[in-house]
Design a protein around this ligand. Structure first.
Ligand SMILES: [Zn+2]
Ligand SMILES: [Zn+2]
Ligand SMILES: [Zn+2]
Ligand SMILES: [Zn+2]
Length: 666
């Protein structure tokens, strides 16, 4: 251990810093590209000039210290040409803040006029043009040009109200768990832990969960293309171009707001080590384990440590009312779990308010950390399987945690403390990271963006851009034939039903291995390896065929007795006269009616497919109706129904993170 400590103590920051010279060169190149009307190239160069620039006043030798302002100035021109007036306006305002030279003021307001004109705000455009006019002095030629611009304004045009997106939960949000729909509830069973079940009849398409992550990290491959904080693709932001970190050049933000949250909370403690993280091949889960600490800060992290991880859990006297009774086996871990349950109850009142680790302004920093601490109650009650871990498994994580703790120290994370408290705090933080690593292994979600071509659906595919941990989203159990499909709206996870569910049925997710693409053996191996459990879902119990093996056979019909789970194949040549399990008589007339229903399903599926071909989202309602109808009389596996469910997944995702690849890149 001491050897390791000596090795780690030599860690030095490695990151791509700022360089005014590089920024200057990129800016000149951007201007050249702009002259040639090579706009995408000009934009890329101008953004590099912005992101690489030293902060204002740092390097007086180049551009008299205003490299950043000049880079923004050039980029605003490019953005204006690209018909992104709002983004151009943002850059202009930022350029002014970064001390754009006074002699450029007339040009500044002139361009601002263009921006407002483009943004369909003619009144503001006029004010800006007039201001420019006053600053032009006696440059008569320019004044004539400006007058033309003023006359070109069309005052009948007006900014249309921006439509707000936002999906809502079917049946409304639960009071005590606002991320969940009222149609579901959380239940607890001894061997299964806590999981989500239907509380009411659920229909295909119902929105059951919309949850914000407790912590989430962008995969480093996307640092240049996506906002580090909210994961928005920078290229498709119309209201702003990439914003810089004041220290490194390795990341970018979609807006000043995102940047300010990041640089006042977690980013300063990660910024200078980013290249070490990438270079060492550190996993994204390790990065989130660290982020869970950096976003909370030292004080809150230590609070979290002592409340939820340290064995001596503190609970406030008198707040523990209904203790959840565990099994007779009272191991230390078990009782720790109970204590976690208690503190969960204690914190429940707080989490009633929609706990959302998002914050708009820096002043909210305190409440941001308060909220984190509250959500932490939920996060730290998730399973870690710490009792079944082997020595080697621990060692790997201990080494990683020590490395990350040392990086934190180097970033000044423990600076406020004296020597003695620092040693103590380092140990606690290291332990907390180990705990984080364990719970992330089983509870993290990969966040994806759908990348599509010219057609909305055909050929579209999910691309994983980030990983996050969701306090309520982590409570869904796995089945190889899941009940929900997930997609992401920014960082938020959304789960929608892809089949109907009766009250009491498990609302399952899929952690990766799906029965349609992986055989029973493959699934069993994957789940045992990664999640340490054996699946007992219906697809596993009945060893359903994969999609490739599945033929369009006659469907399985349900036994007419609704209490019986038996099914039979509706083969006209060998129809059973009664149920093999409960002996209920099967009336041939009933079978005929069921088969008619299934024909109608097929028609609805075909209609859905046709609408998808036409890129029409009405496909959703046909497919949902079809799947619901199928389940009324029949039961899977059924090839066409599974294909319809996969189509539904694609349709749902159309409301989430989407990137349409520009035509030229295909
Ligand atoms: Zn952002
Ligand atoms: Zn940085
Ligand atoms: Zn299974
Ligand atoms: Zn039966």
């Amino acid at each position: 251990m001491t050897t390791l400590q000596t090795v780690f103590s030599r860690i030095e920051p490695i990151y791509r810093g700022k360089d005014a010279r590089v920024s200057y060169e990129r800016r000149i190149a951007a201007q050249a590209a702009l002259k040639e009307n090579e706009l995408p190239k000009a934009l890329s160069l101008a953004s590099q000039a912005v992101l690489r620039s030293t902060m204002t006043g740092v390097d007086e030798v180049i551009d008299g210290g205003v490299t950043l302002a000049l880079a923004l100035w050039v980029r605003s021109e490019v953005l204006l040409k690209l018909e992104k007036p709002n983004a151009a306006l943002e850059d202009l305002k930022l350029a002014l803040k970064e001390r754009l030279p006074a002699k450029m003021r007339a040009q500044y307001y002139w361009r601002m006029g263009h921006c407002y004109k483009g943004a369909l705000e003619p009144t503001r455009a006029k004010v800006s043009y007039e201001l420019a006019g006053r600053l032009l002095g006696n440059n008569e030629e320019a004044k004539i040009e400006l007058q033309k611009d003023i006359e070109s304004l069309d005052h009948t045009l007006n900014k249309s109200a921006t439509k707000s997106s936002g999906i809502t939960l079917t049946g409304g949000a639960k009071m005590n768990k606002p991320a969940l729909s009222k149609l579901v509830k959380i239940t607890e069973e001894e061997n299964k832990g806590r999981f989500v079940v239907a509380n009411d009849q659920i229909k295909t398409g119902d929105v059951l969960l919309v949850d914000s992550p407790y912590a989430a990290c962008l995969i480093s491959d996307y640092y240049g293309s996506h906002c580090l904080h909210c994961f928005k693709r920078l290229e498709i932001c119309d209201n702003g171009a990439p914003i810089w970190c004041p220290i490194c050049s390795g990341v970018a933000f979609c807006s000043v707001e995102c940047r300010d949250v990041a640089v006042t909370t977690y980013h300063p403690h990660e910024c200078k080590f980013i290249d070490i993280f990438i270079g060492s091949g550190m996993s994204i889960l390790s990065h989130i384990a660290l982020r869970m600490i950096t976003q909370a800060g030292l004080e809150t992290s230590l609070q979290i440590y002592s409340s939820y991880v340290n064995n001596g859990i503190k609970t406030v006297e008198g707040t523990i009312v209904n203790d959840i009774e565990g099994s007779a086996k009272k191991s230390r871990i078990k009782s720790r779990k109970e204590r976690l349950n208690r503190s969960r109850k204690y914190h429940k009142n707080f989490s009633d308010q929609n706990v959302n680790c998002e914050t708009k302004s820096v002043e909210d920093k305190e409440s941001y950390q308060d909220k984190l601490e509250m959500t932490a109650a939920q996060i730290y009650s998730l399973c870690t399987h710490s009792t079944s871990r082997k020595g080697r498994d621990y060692l790997k994580r201990v080494v990683m945690a020590m490395f990350l703790t040392e990086c934190l120290k180097r970033s000044g994370f423990f600076n406020k403390l004296d020597m003695e408290s620092e040693i103590k705090a380092k140990t606690s933080i290291c332990e907390l990271i180990i705990h984080n690593l364990q719970l992330l292994q089983f509870n993290a979600h990969e966040i994806y963006e759908t990348v599509r071509g010219q057609h909305q659906f055909s050929g579209s595919k999910p691309v994983y851009i980030a990983v996050g941990i969701y306090p309520t989203g982590a409570l869904f159990n796995h089945e190889c034939y899941p009940a929900v499909a997930r997609y992401f709206e920014g960082k938020k996870i959304v789960l929608r039903a892809i089949r109907p569910l009766s009250p009491g049925a498990t609302v399952s997710e899929n952690y990766g291995p799906h029965f349609l693409v992986r055989s029973y053996k493959e699934r069993r191996r994957a789940l045992a390896c990664r999640y340490w459990f054996q699946c007992e879902c219906v697809a596993c119990r009945e060893d359903w065929p994969t999609l490739k093996q599945m033929q369009s056979l006659t469907p399985y019909l349900r036994c007419p007795n609704t209490d019986c789970s038996s099914k039979f194949q509706a083969n006209p040549k060998s129809l059973p006269s009664k149920c093999s399990k409960c002996s209920t008589v099967i009336d041939p007339k009933l079978i005929k009616m069921c088969m008619e229903n299934i024909d109608e399903c097929q028609t609805l599926y075909q209609e859905g497919a046709k609408l998808m071909d036409q890129e029409n989202l009405d496909a959703l309602s046909s497919l949902c109706k079809g799947v619901d109808l199928f389940h009324e009389v029949a039961t899977p596996p059924h090839r066409d129904t599974h294909l319809a469910q996969e189509s539904l997944r694609v349709c749902f995702a159309a409301a989430g993170n989407i990137y349409k690849v520009p035509e030229a890149n295909i």
